[in-house]
Design a protein around this ligand. Structure first.
Ligand code: KIV
Ligand code: ZN
Length: 527
């Protein structure tokens, strides 16, 4: 059976639309917030990955959210290969108009309307009768259709909604002009069999259902996000809503990389096509981890460090004879490469730029110069420089674009004989300043030196250290979380010296805090 869709033309049964909500549902989870330039970087990388719909945010949620949706519509939304750019809106006039305004510049746009349909949500949260929910559904979709041909409507808490009411409201949404109907498992309560029943019910009972794309959106509270998504595809869903690394509210959303690779690996059971370039999956996962400061767990499917590592002798023996003995997909198919030795300390700028291009970076001249200088420094200190080192270094450099406070140098006296002492130089608004401090350990001394140079009231609420590659000369990747007046920011840093990496992470977080302050209280900018 085929469907005529305003954004995708003729869709046949074999196509599954990949709707990514990393920048909306994913970003909503605590600790995962991103600033504007980080969101644009993610949006560009998601576009290159090949997602069909990119939910850029919830335009009415805050001025920052509006700005993000608008900026993505004005940048990524202008590309020839742009995905459909979507903004979430509740079923009300103000929300819909705000979403429409933010999306205006996008060549391809979707307004995504949500309203709850379960008895519990309608009664307690919305305080609306079922008939009022139907009326708001119809009114908001009718308004949205005046601003976009592509309108998605979501029945929040669909899996706990009364099936008869769900069918009534879905029918009303289709009549009002919705082109995609999404039935979310908002609280992660459903089991795969429930999904099959719900989709079959709606498909069998709702007139006009054959004209729209049915969509599934699943949370992971019982660890069922991916399983429920695959069950929904089998039951007739043609769109899946996902996030990179499965980030999202509470236990997260169904993970894009797991769903895409399940479809690709099990074509015998799930004969569906999509446009995802699977070799980009690892890159997206790492980019998100670098931006948010949260690595995936080592055993995470597809993108975890151990996903293709074979430890047991019997497995290693099998894999050496034929990888297919224990590998159901190749590491290369999702972007893992043997950690190749890259460049030496005598490599020139052209070779470095070439390497960056093959790793998927297209950096400007200033960033190239700074990254190249740091690469030379790294090659002097580290015996072998791997691709992962270059990625960590460049991500670190790109994050630092336009920062007011910049790391210059650190001289540290530490050990068991005398109290640690940090002598630090920072560039603040273009002027180099120095500060000295002692502390309860070298990290504490360094953070106090930052405080001495740039006084602030933020509290440190998280500090973590990991390694970019193996070996004692590996670069450290550090994360620092700062909190000030209810605003929380994470910063990252990478360096072979753990304390320098820590200073860089702290300074990164501090700069993010300054941007947040600037948005809310411009007069508080002076340090
Ligand atoms: O989980 C949910 O119900 C949602 C909707 C906005 C689609 O995120
Ligand atoms: Zn959700």
């Amino acid at each position: 059976m085929t469907i005529e869709h305003p954004s995708f033309g003729t869709l046949d049964d074999s196509r599954v639309i990949i709707f990514d909500t990393t920048l909306r549902d994913g970003e909503q989870s605590p600790g995962f917030s991103m600033n504007l330039s980080e969101k644009i970087r993610m949006a560009e990388a998601l576009t290159e990955l090949g997602v069909d719909v990119l939910e850029a945010g919830f335009a009415i949620a805050s001025p920052g959210d509006f700005e993000s949706v608008k900026s993505i519509a004005e940048s990524v939304g202008q590309r020839d290969d742009t995905p459909v750019i979507a903004s979430l809106a509740r079923a009300g006039q103000m929300d819909v108009l705000r979403a429409a305004e933010a999306l205006k510049a996008a060549k391809r746009r979707r307004i995504h309307i949500v309203i709850a349909t379960s008895d519990l949500h309608m009664r307690v949260k919305l305080r609306l009768t079922p008939d009022e929910v139907i009326q708001q559904t119809v009114d908001s979709i009718t308004l949205a259709r005046q601003h976009a041909d592509d309108v998605e409507w979501s029945a929040e808490d669909a899996t706990r909604s009364d099936p008869d009411f769900l069918c009534r409201v879905v029918e009303a949404a289709i009549r009002a002009g919705a082109t995609t109907i999404n039935l979310p498992d908002t609280v992660g309560y459903a089991l795969p069999a429930d999904m099959v029943r719900m989709f079959a019910d709606v498909r069998n009972r709702v007139p006009g259902i054959e004209r729209v794309v049915l969509s599934t959106h699943n949370h992971n509270d019982l660890g069922m996000g991916v399983a429920n998504t695959l069950a929904a595809i089998e039951a007739g869903a043609r769109q899946v809503e996902t996030t990179i690394n499965g980030i999202g509210e509470r236990a997260g959303n169904a993970s894009l990389e797991e769903i895409v690779m399940a479809i690709r690996t099990r074509q015998d059971a799930i004969p569906r096509r999509n446009n995802i370039k699977t070799t980009h999956l690892l890159r997206l996962s790492k980019l998100l981890a670098t931006i948010t400061g949260f690595d995936v767990q080592p055993n995470k499917a597809i993108v975890g460090r151990n996903a293709f590592a074979h430890e047991a002798g019997i497995h290693q023996d099998g894999v050496l004879k034929d990888a297919a003995t224990y590998e159901i997909m190749t590491p290369e198919s999702v972007g893992w490469k043997t950690n190749s030795l890259v460049l030496g300390k005598h490599s020139g700028r052209a070779a470095f730029r070439d390497k960056l291009n093959t790793l998927g970076y297209n950096v400007g001249d200033n960033q190239l110069n700074d990254a190249f200088r740091r690469f030379k420094d790294l090659a002097d200190r580290k015996k072998v420089v791997f691709d992962d080192d270059v990625v960590a270094l460049v991500d670190d450099e790109v994050m630092r674009d336009h920062e007011r406070v910049r790391f210059v140098s650190l001289d540290l006296h530490a050990g068991s004989k005398s109290p640690p002492r940090a002598e630090l130089e920072l560039e603040v608004d273009g002027v180099v300043k120095s500060g000295v401090s002692s502390g309860d350990g070298p990290v504490d001394a360094t953070f106090k030196a930052i405080q001495a140079i740039f006084p602030h009231t933020a509290n440190l609420t998280l500090f973590s250290v990991g390694a970019v590659t193996e070996g004692t000369d590996a670069q450290a990747r550090t994360t620092v979380r700062l909190e000030e007046n209810g605003k929380m920011v994470d910063g990252q840093g990478a360096d072979t010296d753990t304390i320098v990496a820590s200073a860089r992470a702290y300074i990164h977080a501090l700069n993010k805090l300054l941007v947040k302050r600037e948005r809310t209280e411009p007069q508080a900018l002076a340090s």
